[in-house]
Structure formats: C-alpha cells, structure tokens
Design a protein. Structure first.
Length: 384
C-alpha cells in the first residue's frame, strides 16, 4: 500500500478513536496527486461510517507545508499525452478533478468534526482540503493563497465559492493577485477558525487524546474548540497585511468591476508597501486569460450551491487543459523553468468577456450526465 498518505487510529477514552490522516510527500510540499486523492476519499468515506471514529484530523508531514497544491507535473503529463486536443480525451485530468472535487465536497459535508492543521503552505489544492474542514487551525507559519493566475489556471477546488463570499470583493483581489496572507488575515476573513503556535501540534494531539469524545455533533464541536483554546493559552495571531490594507482593498474591489480592479492592481506595481507591490507584480506577470476567467467565475458562482460550484469548476478545469494557459504556465514554472510564459491571449484587452465563454462548455459526450451530477443530490440540489 502506498505511503503517500498515512492513516492512524488514535485511541481515546470511552473506547473511540481519532482518525489521523497525514499527507506524506514532504519533499513535494505534500502536493496532491490522483492516488492521494483516492486514498483520502476512500478512507474518509470509511471513517464516516465507522461509529468508533469520533473525529478526523488532517495534517501534512514535514514542517514546510500542509499542502502546496495539486501535482502539476502529473497534470502536465496528462495534457502532453492528450494528442486529440479535446478536453474529454485527457483521462488523467477528468479522473483527477472528479476525485479531488468529490473529496473536497465530502470534507465540506462531513458528518463528524474535521480538524485541519493548516501549518506552513496552504495553497491551491491544500485550500480545497482546508476550506471544507469544520475546525480550520492556522499557525504563525501559515502562508495561505490561491496563486493559480501564475500558472494559467483559476482558484478551483471550491476556491471560487470561497472567494466569492468574502466581503467587498476581496476575493477578486486574492484571485487576481495570488497574494499570500497569514494566520491573522485568515481569521479576519473567516477563512480559519482558530490559531495555535506552529509547534503546538504534539500538545494539541495529546490534549485531544485525553478527552472522551462521545456525544452529539454539537457537543463535540464545542469540546474541540475548548481543547484548542486550552492549548492556545495566551498566544495570538499577528496582524496580517490584508487587514492592514483592508480599507484600500475595499475601495478598489467594491463593485467587482474587472477593468477598475485590474487598473488599480497595476497602479500598485511600485508601491512602497512590499506586500501590495508583490501582489501587483504577480498580477502583471500572470495570465491575462486566468484573470478574466477567475473574475467571470466569481461572478457566476455567487448564488450557486456548493455542489453546483464544483460541477461548474469541473467543466472549466477540463477546458483549461486545452483552451487556456495552464500547460504553458506549468512549462514555464516547472518544466523548462525559464519563467517566461507565452500567454495566449497576451493582454487583458484580448481576454475579453466574449473570449472567456469558451470555458463554460461541457466537454463530455452528448447524452452523458455531468460526471458530478450526484453531488448534493441527497439534499435535493440540482445539477448545473
């Protein structure tokens, strides 16, 4: 059996156990590949039905990252192997995004508490896992971002759903700039639930194992927060750069106008504030197509259910494998490493509202149901 994800059952008083899942590819910053997603999905489904499992804990091995995203090398190989050039012909992509999005949706709707230890890098696919947990813990080493504009993709894994619900259009800024935020900002925006020092995980796990975890879900949720507070003591998260600049971001992004936001971002290119300057420079170097696509998605998903958002993202992700800059972005960053992507279109003006409509066309055979049609059906949700 693969050791890319490690699963443990940790005994607690009362005869129950804690299910501990550890992403175990620290050399790759715990980036998710298809196998890891399958392992996690299968085990979490099993634990959901196992009455002896009281709650689930997700963490990453090593001290650098919870999860830095998806396995871009594997996705690139899948795009290279797709000689036909049709989105549905990319077998790896359609399987990977299917399983990954099912996994993320399962965490969002999990019947038991899920504590996610968001230490170190939490980006891309890592945000997908983290965002759905009931108890999202950040630390003083947390670096949280959705930096897909730098590789020609968009904030998927439910990222569009998450960002579209942030106040004052701040999600548009995060999507277009790929800006990194810290634990304080995550708490400020409601993207995390609690803070602990980065060295506190052993103490947290020890405290959790001293508790009797029998009871109703609401009781377990409260007990879990109480344990976190006990371990935290007087520690607190530092003020984040986004909170410091919140008034400026609110003024720029309120109204969610694409041209206004992009012009404002570019104007910060030489800002005296390093965080604003980096956000502007990342945007300026990023894919114009990704900027337009991300903005269009954030507008489309505002009133969709979570299941419908995953279904829409699935359509767009497959199209990104052939229509957009995803392959070129990975090539420039990770394959040739020249950091000189040749974006197409190469300007914001060319990536207009009409151009972006190509990404919203389903690519599976006629007469076939959406591959994620069953998500949320138990709650009466309709598919896109």
């Amino acid at each position: 059996m693969s050791d890319s994800v490690l699963f443990e059952r940790v005994a607690v008083p009362g005869g129950q156990v804690l299910g501990l899942a550890t992403l175990n590819r620290p050399q790759a910053l715990n980036g998710l590949d298809l196998e890891m997603c399958r392992l996690l999905l299968t085990q979490l489904q099993t634990w959901a039905q196992d009455e002896s499992v009281a709650l689930v804990i997700l963490r990453g091995a090593g001290d650098k990252a919870f999860c830095a995203g998806g396995d871009l090398h594997a996705l690139y190989a899948g795009m290279q192997a797709n000689q036909g050039g049709q989105p549905w012909d990319n077998q790896y992509a359609r399987e990977f995004f299917d399983i990954e999005y099912r996994l993320d949706y399962l965490i969002h709707t999990y019947p038991k508490p899920v504590l996610c230890w968001g230490d170190g890098i939490v980006m891309g696919g890592g945000v997908g896992l983290f965002n759905g947990a009931s108890h999202r813990v950040v630390t003083d080493s947390t670096r949280f971002a959705m930096p897909e504009i730098a590789i020609g993709l968009f904030p998927d894994v439910g990222g569009t759903w998450m960002l579209a619900r942030l106040p004052a259009g701040v999600g548009h800024f995060l999507a277009l700039s790929g800006a990194q935020i810290n634990a304080g900002d995550c708490l400020f925006l409601g993207l995390a639930d609690a803070f602990l020092p980065y060295r506190a995980f052993p103490a947290l796990l020890d405290a959790l194992t001293q508790q009797d975890w029998q009871g109703k879900r609401e009781q377990l949720d409260r007990r879990l927060y109480a344990v976190i507070d006990q371990v935290r003591g007087s520690a607190h998260a530092a003020l984040g750069p986004l909170e410091r600049h919140y008034a400026q971001l609110r003024a720029l992004c309120a109204g969610r106008d694409f041209e206004r936001i992009t012009q404002g971002l570019l104007a910060w290119h030489d800002s005296s504030d390093p965080w604003l300057a980096r956000a502007s420079q990342t945007f300026a170097k990023g894919s114009p197509g990704s900027a337009r696509l991300s903005h269009a998605l954030l507008e489309r998903v505002r009133h969709l259910s979570l299941a419908d958002v995953f279904r829409l993202e699935y359509i767009v992700s497959l199209q990104c494998g052939v229509q957009g800059d995803f392959q070129e972005g990975i090539r420039a960053l990770l394959i040739d490493k020249d950091k000189q992507p040749r974006w197409n279109p190469d300007s914001l003006e060319k990536a207009d509202a009409q151009w972006v409509t190509r990404f919203f066309q389903p690519s599976w055979p006629a007469g076939m149901d959406h591959p994620l049609a069953d998500l949320g059906r138990s709650m009466g949700e309709a598919a896109v």
